[in-house]
Design a protein around this ligand. Structure first.
Ligand code: C2E
Ligand code: CA
Ligand code: CA
Length: 589
């Protein structure tokens, strides 16, 4: 029996001796009474001059509060602390010394403490590595869609570039931007907008996977879909060399994205504009490729959206020029380089007499300090893209309304009876457009019924939101005109869907009115349809009396063109209104 007990005791001692946990017993003042080899191994590097006599002395630099903590522990026995992480810091003598210990203290009674110590260095290192991995992952993943973000895309692209010599490189980068995302967000709210973005990311991934399965020609492993901006996605198609294959993928992706989706109880169709760069032998870096693709995307958008454009080097030059204009235009707005000119619109009376004061159209001008007069076609598009159109449009409207009211006072019955102001595509997307127009009317005293806002044909036909915006403008009492009719996509058959009061027949028809039967027939048909819908018509760009005679005879209600007056500054218009246009304007004369 006694032998058995001796054996058990021996076994227990062996166990305590070999266990990988440091164990020690101390007096309540920290004096060490017993410790196993592991405890001395763990503590020895911490002990000054190798002295392990007192636990508190050894631990003081690392856990200064230890002694106080034990003193404050009121119960006669129990766990004082458990697995407290003790950072030993750097500067320990051996590289393989532990750097983090887990310390537990058990109060056995009022006189004795039991201490356990474990080396948790590796465990902590693993935890830290895991955390770092998670953080780095989070830094590369777009939190909304769960797909790679810009950081990951750039690295992915760069490693594609680095891994193969330029000449052997195959791949294409597709840069996508949603055509009307801001309107979708404004209309349905950001939660629905987020849902759409997630769905679009998913559609791109699915379509790209299908492409990889079906197109053996491009069986690359480096395919990637990333979201790099609010409504901007980039697709890397590995293995593509020929532009036509890249275009095939582009078409497939655009088609997949344009499938109607139902969000917030509404059917939405998301069209995207896409720019494509086929990686050729050029040694461009990742950022440059992305920039080129974005330039091509802008060109696609400028051409009407819902399409792709292949990058070519001339696009970069054009983009730089546009960038310069944008900077200069910003300055122009701030420094009053813009002004407004007015082109007369005359009325055609049934008796052939010209009504001189029918109206004017306000047209913006830019007097650049170096380049001189810059025509609006060179900067309206840039103003639209850069968001400057809001300020520009407001300036034109406010200036023209002010001027118009001054003429009423100054010219009386000879003052123009209507003011036409152009509204561009991007202005109709401004959420506060109607309020801002109403505010200008209010501030200038301009009667809404005398203002006519001109929108282009493609624009008015576009969609429900645009139509809603136009209706709200009409409900203020403002007249609407369909500008440049005949140049857009919609036809006479769609005219009844347009919420407009006036149709302006484009110059390209009017200039052939006297020489081409075809154009004459088109003008006549337009006038008839417009009249049947209760709309009136204006023939634009009349330059000769022969053209004037034809459009009058075909029933146009009004005319505008160099024949009657070029766009002129406000004071010139006063002189023009006072002078008598005379007989040269009469039909057939
Ligand atoms: P638009 O609205 O069709 O304006 C008529 C344009 O035709 C004007 O060019 C005018 O000068 C020109 N024009 C008028 N009569 C004749 C003619 O007999 N012969 C010829 N060859 N041309 C004639 P402009 O002022 O260069 O404006 C070009 C376009 O720029 C405008 O076309 C309009 O779309 C846009 N725009 C001009 N001002 C503004 C503005 O304030 N806001 C917006 N959003 N767009 C504007
Ligand atoms: Ca116009
Ligand atoms: Ca026009």
């Amino acid at each position: 029996m006694a032998e058995q007990a001796t054996d058990d005791y021996e076994t227990l001692l062996q166990f305590l001796y070999r266990t990988p946990i440091g164990l020690m017993q101390t007096a309540s003042n920290g004096d060490v009474e017993m410790l196993n080899p592991m405890a001395s191994r763990l503590l020895m590097p911490l002990a000054r001059q190798g002295n392990l006599d007192n636990l508190f002395t050894v631990m003081a630099p690392y856990v200064p509060q230890l002694q106080q903590m034990i003193r404050d522990f009121a119960p006669a026995s129990g766990i004082v602390c458990e697995a407290v992480k003790v950072e030993l810091g750097i500067g320990l003598p051996h590289e393989r010394s532990p750097t983090v210990l887990a310390l537990s203290v058990l109060k056995l009674d009022n006189a004795r403490l039991m201490i356990s110590l474990t080396d948790v260095t590796l465990e902590m290192r693993r935890e830290q590595d895991q955390l770092a991995r998670e953080l780095s992952h989070a830094a590369r993943i777009d939190s909304l869609t769960g797909i790679p973000n810009r950081v990951e895309l750039i690295e992915h692209l760069q490693s594609m570039m680095d891994s193969s010599p330029a000449a052997a490189r195959r791949g294409a980068l597709l840069f996508l931007n949603c055509d009307r995302f801001r309107q979708i967000n404004d209309m349905l709210g950001t939660t629905a907008g987020d849902d759409i973005l997630r769905l679009m990311g998913e559609r791109l991934r699915t379509a790209l996977r299908q492409h990889a399965l079906t197109d053996a020609e491009a069986a690359g492993t480096g395919d990637l879909v990333a979201r790099i901006g609010s409504d901007e996605f980039v697709v890397v198609v590995d293995g593509v060399r020929a532009p036509d294959l890249a275009e095939r993928v582009a078409q497939r992706l655009l088609k997949a994205l344009a499938v109607p989706c139902s969000v917030g109880g509404k059917q939405i169709v998301c069209h995207f504009s896409m720019g494509i760069v086929v990686l050729d032998g050029d040694a461009s870096g990742a950022e440059r490729i992305l920039q080129d693709a974005s330039i091509a995307m802008r060109e696609a958008k400028r051409s009407g959206g819902a399409m792709y454009a292949l990058f070519d080097h001339a696009m970069r030059g054009r983009a730089e020029h546009r960038g310069d204009i944008e900077v200069a235009l910003r300055r122009a707005l701030a420094e009053d380089e813009l002004f407004v000119v007015y082109q007369p619109v005359v009325g055609f009376r049934p008796d052939g007499v010209i009504e001189q004061a029918a109206g004017v159209e306000a047209l913006v001008r830019w007097l650049h300090p170096v380049r001189g007069l810059v025509p609006p076609v060179e900067f309206i598009g840039i103003a639209e893209e850069s968001g400057l159109i809001g300020a520009l449009g407001h300036f034109v409207l406010a200036t023209a309304c002010q001027e118009f009211m001054r003429w009423q006072a100054e010219l009386g019955t000879r003052a123009p009876r209507r003011l036409a102001v152009n509204l561009s595509r991007a202005q109709l997307a401004q959420p506060d457009l109607v309020e801002s127009v109403a505010a200008v009317l209010q501030a200038t005293g301009m009667p809404a019924g005398l203002l006519q806002l001109e929108v282009t044909e493609s624009l008015a036909a576009q969609d429900a939101e645009v139509r809603d915006c136009l209706m709200r403008l009409q409900s203020l009492g403002i007249q609407l005109a369909l500008d440049d009719f005949g140049t857009g996509y919609s036809s006479l058959a769609c005219l009844h869907q347009m919420p407009v009061n006036t149709v302006k027949i484009d110059r390209s028809f009017v200039c052939h009115a006297d020489t081409s039967m075809h154009h004459r027939v088109l003008i006549e048909a337009t006038v008839m349809v417009a009249h049947s819908l209760g709309m009136d018509t204006v023939a634009e760009g009349i330059e000769t009396t022969a053209q004037a005679a034809v459009v009058m005879q075909l029933g146009c209600d009004k005319g505008q063109g160099y024949l009657y007056g070029k766009p002129m500054e406000a004071r010139e218009l006063v002189a023009w209104a006072l002078e008598d246009l005379g007989v040269f304007c009469r039909a057939g004369s």
